[in-house]
Design a protein around this ligand. Structure first.
Ligand SMILES: [Fe+2]
Length: 162
């Protein structure tokens, strides 16, 4: 099996899951998304994730020996910060404070656990592959929706304009 076949094998279940999300938008287990307040709470949670993802990429830079991966991590850290800027602006535009969110212990633990990953492959698999692949599909769904306004459709809300 070559690397492309390996990647396709790993991506197949992710793509299948994302296709499922297209018709069954995520409800974010603990936030029902019935009101704009709840939707903003999810946006704040996403903002926390964007910032922690940027932290992770930055933390890993020093101990990632592969130059091409290191460069991609640096770009990814910057991209996550752009997402954070967009989300925080959107949350403010909706009349809320972007940085008063209190993350769930599991949310903190997830990022802390990823921070402890020591191998490049583990790091990429732990964050970039799972998280960003799902985010890309959700973002594509958002772009095709032609709306950045909060709505009853959770996909639009969970990613803001990122
Ligand atoms: Fe992001």
């Amino acid at each position: 099996m070559n690397s492309e076949e390996f990647l396709n094998e790993i991506l197949a279940p992710v793509h299948e899951f994302c296709r499922f999300l297209d018709t069954n938008p995520p409800a974010y287990c603990y936030v029902p998304l019935r009101t704009d307040e709840e939707r903003i709470r999810v946006m704040k949670s996403r903002l926390f994730n964007e910032l922690r993802a940027a932290d992770l990429f930055g933390t890993w830079l020093k101990t990632t020996p592969e130059l091409d991966v290191k460069a991609t991590m640096a770009e990814s850290a910057h991209e996550e910060m752009i997402h954070a800027e967009l989300l925080s602006k959107r949350i403010r535009d909706l009349g809320a404070e972007p940085f008063d969110y209190k993350p769930l212990p599991a949310q903190i633990a997830m990022f802390n656990a990823m921070e402890g990953l020591n191998e490049t492959c583990e790091r990429i698999a732990g964050l970039s592959l799972a998280g960003e692949t799902v985010a890309s599909v959700i973002r594509a769904a958002h772009i095709t929706s032609h709306s950045a306004e909060p709505s009853s459709h959770p996909v639009r809300v969970t990613v803001g304009r990122s």
